[in-house]
Every structure is written in C-alpha cells, then in structure tokens.
Ligand binder design. Structure first.
Ligand code: MN
Length: 510
C-alpha cells in the first residue's frame, strides 16, 4: 500500500554535525592546555544548549601542531556527518601550522572569534591569565593566514553568550545545511525548458562544479509508462479521499463529472511522481507545460503537495529554482513557516499603496498558505490540456525573502530581495490560483530596478524562514556572487556593486 506522509517527509538532516576545533600550541605546557580543553568543552556545551538548529556541535581535541590540524581537517573532509568546521583560537596558535590543513579544507568554515571570559578580571589579571586567554591576538594570527590563503569563511566576533552571536552562528549552521544538501542533491527534469526562455537555462556542468548537485533529464513518456500507468485505481481513490478530507472543495467552473475526473487524474499524477522521485533519489524536480506527453493535465496539486513535503520544484524546466527551493527548505528545517517556488506577476501601482502580486499558474507550495487551501478545478488557458486540480489560497502575512540564481556564462549570481508579505483585502474571484501579495524592500520601484539591473529571474524561491544573511553565508560557501536588495538599497550604490563584482569575478577567473 502506498504510504502518505505529511510534512518533513524527505528532510534528512538528522545526525549531522559541525565540528568545533580549538587552536593552541605545545608552548604553554600541560596546565594551560588542560584549562583550554576544559573551557572549549564548556563553550561547546553552552552553544549546543543555545542553538535551535537540528545539528549538533561536536567537540574535537585541542590542536597543538600541524599534524593534528591536518588530520582533523582530512577527517572532516571525508566525514559524511560533518557539514562544516568552527575554529576558535583560545590562545595563540602560530598559523604556519594551519597552512597544510586549511589548504586541503573542503567543508564550510567559520572562524569563531570569541573569548572564554566575558569580562576582564581587573583585580586578579596577571601574565598567566594573559597567556591562557589571548583570543584577541590568536584570532588575528589565524585571520591573517585565512586571508592569505583566500579561505572561504565566515567570521563571527563577540562573546559566545551574546544572543546576536548565537543567532549569527545559527545562520551559518543553517547555511551549512543548505551547502551539504546541495552536495547530495539530485534534480529530475521531466521534459526540457520552456522553449525560447533564457533565464531558466544554464550550464549544468558548472552548476555541479559550483553547487554540487546533479541534474538529470527524463522523457515524460517513460514516466507515464513506468509510473503513471502503474498506479492502481484503488490507490488513486484512496488519495482522492484524502484530498477531500484535507481540503474544502470549491466547485469551480467545471461540471461535477469533470471535477471528479480531474482530481482522480491529479491523484494518479501525485502517486506516480512520488514513486518516480523516491526510486531515483530525487529531492527536486521540474515539469513543463510544453511537454506533457501522455498526461491529461499539468501537474498542479501534486506539485503543491510534494513541495509541502520538502521537495524542491521549478516550473517550465527551471532546475536552478527547483534546486534552490529544496536547499532553502532544508535550511529552514524544523522551524519552516513557509518556503515555495513563486513567480513575479502583477504590480499594483496605486499611489501610496504600491505592491506586487506573486503567483504561478498552479505550482505554489501550500506551506505559505494563510489557513487551509481550497481544492478547485478550472480550465487552464495555457498548455492545451484538460482542467487541472489545484490548491487555491492567499499567502500569509509576514517578512519574507525571495531569491533566485542566474547564470552569466562565467559565473552564477544569487539575487535576494527582502519582502513584507501583506494581507489580501480583495477576493480575486476569477483568479483561482495561489496568490502572495507583497511590498518589496526598500520600495517596489527601487527593488524592481535593482532586481532587473542584476538580471534577476521571474522565478524565485520565496521563504518566510530563510534570511538574507543565511543566503549570504550560503553563497560564500559556494563561492558565488550575491547581491541583496533590502532597506538600505540605493540604486547608484547598487550599480557600483554590480560593476565592482563584474571586475572581481572576471579577474578571479584569470
Ligand atoms: Mn513560470
């Protein structure tokens, strides 16, 4: 029997770790090194208590020479559970010892520039204390060699008990989850790109080199023969019943007969798609309305429910968006209040009340819905197929981001815009699709100008949970360009940033 599971179905981040390494040297003698070890263990315990990420920080023995450093980094590189390293210099740790290790580092890296004690003990401080607690200068020696080696890294400075420091640490861990997911991700494409569309194209070899994920193409006919036609009538009926339990019905613009036939067909598509994705180990996929060979409707509700369960999706063959949606869903694991594929659609240019309507013809994840979506069937004016079943809803209010990745031939660029999703006061009775209404930061005109200057796509991944800072950490881990459009965006400065980046990335390739 086919098993239906709701939520968290394919998130696989359990048992993952970031490794915590502490730099020191033999020079200080046993007593100081014992203290260093005690302190770093206490610090790791405190961090594990403070963070809310589904990842454990694993303490590793204090590093005192080049061989120990190289060994732990080699182990981290080959470990399946280690998704990144956090390094802290409790004392001075002469940085030539770190060269061999850092040169071979392949995992995300965080330089945690903190100090064990929060305050200077004014009355008791002496030279022993100075020797044991010299992060301020040990961290600088380490920073030099990291910069000299052009190490991809995040630096967080501040006391480890500070909530802002903890929050930055969590951002980085969530980005590392995304990085790790990208390196194990396989994206399936049913059919190719929508013909003539430019931005959804890109070099899949470059993507695999920069992001790690694989993209595999499949003929829709093979899916129909191998999966769709194998779905039993009873299985489809069982899923239809589940639809009817989970969603209120709005009968829409088709007859009862067409409605029933449509949701049965949709259920078969969903069951077959789940089996196809599970069999191939795919966590993200694309479809295109221009290649639906053997399908009587464009997959709507199937895609919406698969996204809800954690799958990434991109419409019209958009594999970059499919991968990004999946990666962002994993980054949001455990706290996600909504992450979906979305498309910029319509502007509302009413003076004083300017906003934008985001949507797609069907495939928007129900995780962003405000309340329970309704199940509806309506004709689709595109694709020349039968009326598809879809979930209709308005997106919930709240701060969010939209992000896309585009390719310029020589590099990928991520573009992020912070948004405020607002309440929908109008019904839009003739627009039976999922709808999100938002005001981009700093305002629609500036945001749209910046997005367009940067070459941002019409498709994006939208999330209420993943933040711009997390996406910046993620882009740094991948080593790709990122531009963020937020409260502070000023077009003149933004244009300069694009120009500087152009030079930087071109020179970097030389
Ligand atoms: Mn689209």
């Amino acid at each position: 029997m086919f098993v239906f599971r709701k939520g968290g179905l394919i998130i696989i981040t359990r048992d993952l770790e970031v490794w915590f390494i502490t730099g020191s040297q033999e020079l200080y003698g046993k007593e100081v090194l014992k203290k260093v070890e005690e302190n770093s263990k206490k610090l790791v315990d405190a961090l594990n208590d403070a963070i809310s990420t589904p990842v454990k920080i694993a303490w590793k023995p204090v590093l005192k020479d080049a061989d120990q450093i190289k060994k732990v980094i080699d182990e981290a590189n080959s470990s399946k559970v280690c998704i990144g390293l956090i390094a802290w210099m409790h004392t001075f740790s002469p940085a030539k010892m770190w060269i061999a290790g850092l040169k071979s580092l392949e995992k995300p890296f965080l330089h945690f520039h903190t100090q064990f004690e929060q305050k200077i003990p004014w009355n008791t401080i002496d030279m022993d204390y100075m020797n044991t607690n010299q992060s301020a200068h040990g961290g600088r020696e380490f920073g030099f060699i990291s910069a000299r080696l052009e190490l991809k890294r995040k630096v967080i400075a501040g006391h480890w008990s500070d909530s802002k420091v903890i929050s930055k640490l969590e951002d980085w861990i969530r980005a590392a989850l995304g990085w790790n997911e990208a390196h194990t991700l396989k994206v399936a494409r049913l059919g190719d790109n929508m013909r003539d569309v430019a931005v959804t194209e890109g070099n899949k070899v470059d993507a695999q080199i920069d992001f790690g994920y694989e993209v595999h193409g499949f003929a829709v006919g093979d899916y129909i023969e191998g999966y769709f036609k194998q779905v039993k009538r009873s299985e489809a009926e069982e899923l239809v019943n589940r639809y009817l339990e989970e969603y209120p019905i709005k009968k829409s613009t088709v007859s009862e007969e067409v409605f029933q036939a449509s949701i049965r067909e949709a259920a078969r598509i969903e069951i077959a798609l789940r089996r196809f994705l599970e069999k191939g180990g795919f966590k993200a996929f694309t479809t295109t309305f221009q290649d639906l060979h053997g399908m009587r409707q464009l997959p709507g509700i199937a895609v919406q429910r698969l996204m809800r369960d954690g799958y990434g999706f991109g419409g019209e063959g958009d594999w970059k968006s499919a991968a990004l949606v999946r990666i962002m869903k994993v980054m949001a694991e455990g706290i996600d209040i909504g992450t979906s594929f979305i498309e910029d659609y319509i502007y509302h240019f009413e003076p004083g009340n300017i906003k934008e309507l985001g949507s797609h013809m069907l495939e928007v994840c129900e995780s962003i819905a405000d309340g329970t979506p309704s199940l509806e069937v309506h004709p689709l004016s595109i694709g020349g197929k039968e009326p598809p079943a879809r979930l209709v809803f308005n997106a919930k209010e709240g701060p969010a981001v939209q992000a896309c990745i585009v390719e310029f031939g020589d590099r990928f660029r991520m573009i992020v815009n912070e948004l405020e999703v607002v309440k929908q006061h109008e019904d839009m009775p003739k627009l039976p699709v999922a709808r999100a209404l938002w005001v981009p930061k700093p305002d629609l005109a500036t945001a749209a100008t910046a997005w367009i200057l940067a070459g941002g796509a019409h498709h994006s991944s939208m999330s209420y949970t993943v933040t711009a800072e997390q996406l910046e950490d993620l882009s740094d881990m991948f080593g790709i360009e990122i531009v963020v459009i937020d409260d502070k965006t000023d077009i003149a400065e933004f244009k300069k940033e694009l120009r500087y980046n152009e030079v930087y990335y071109k020179l970097k390739k030389l």
